[in-house]
Design a protein around this ligand. Sequence first.
Ligand SMILES: [Cu+2]
Length: 447
Amino acid sequence: MNRRRFIAQAGAALTGAAFTPFLPAWPQTPPDVSLEIASLALEIAPRKIVHTVAYNGRVPGPLIRWPEGKPIVIDVLNRTAIPEILHSHGLWIPSEMDGSSEEGTPMIAPGEKFRYSFIPRPAGFRWYHTHISAGHDFKRATYTGEFGCFYIEPKSEPGAYDQEVFLTLHDWNAYTSASGDSSMEASYEYGTIDGRMLGFGDPIRVREGQRVLFRLLNASASLTHWLALAGHEFTVVAMDGNPVPNPRATRAIRLAPAERIDAVVTMNQPGVCILGETREQLRKTGMGILVQDHNQQGKPKWVEPPETIWDYRPFASARPVSREPDEIIPLRFESKFHGQGALDTWTINGKSYPNTDEITLREGRRYRLQFINRSTDDHPLHLHRHTFEVTKVSGTPLSGLNKDVLVVPANETAEVDFTADNPGATLFHCHNQTHMDFGFMMLFRYS
Ligand SMILES: [Cu+2]
């Protein structure tokens, strides 16, 4: 709308019978990014439709690519019937902009708009997603298509690759099914990469000998995924957007919910290849994408990777951290079984959110979180607004591995250190949507 028409309409409104006051409540400067949250019928394969919610009518939402340190303004309009909120995952931003109502960011009421403005940092592969709870409604929150990649460009990009490809993994149409110990967990009807089932989207086009940098995000609400690419090797260069001390090659990659991996692949197996879930039953739900050499046709190739156990340790430095923390915070995770067919509830040090203890941090101090997983589930643990250094995994000290999500396997322990350098309420939770919604969450506050 141009200015003249705007004034004309405002005038018409003033003289009209149904007078509504016209308040200039909204900033007049245009945003850098506009996101609109609305229902979407997403065709993940011909005539296979999932009914979901997404940003700007697409899955994933638009890639936000932005220079580190340059202020950004993101307007989010909520066209759904429930309050929404946008979390910027992995960024060092104020609590009021972080997109967590528990930290104090306002919710966006149905039909309303909210302006997020902050300085994106640190550089690297971050992402954005909804941060509402789903409870028993598996059509809400991170079960939907409300996610997108957020790449914060460093001042200088090493650029040791020929092509960059962002890929997002997601699972759809969740239903509850009994796990081995007869407690309930989510299973899914379909899996997609970038919103399409294996074989139904555009293939990734490459040339033989090309070095392709894959930026992989698992945006599933609760499933951990394993990926392989038809015999190719992935050289993992970053985890959760942060360079790893010891980049090394692997035939299969494990990505838990909310984790990211940057990996370089030299395309040295011609033809059409499947980049997909290593587990056949999940590949059959659609979790995969074709990688095609420009000049080649043929039957898509799949090569089973050698049996792999994922281990963070080889990517880190084997030297223990030199600095001891100022304080150690033990966090014990347990589940409460509520009977056959019911969802478990979760406790941190014996209490469920919102009754979990609040941890008080002092600015400038270095803290060690001691994760003690006394449950039979793996947990992708996420700390908002800070980056932590993984300092111990399965009893092995290590250093240099900086992340914002860490998987602590069933009945294992791990330790991470972080500096309290971003005052404000800070949420800590399991990134499995059901675990989070049923108690697995706590707040850190600064004194
Ligand atoms: Cu969990």
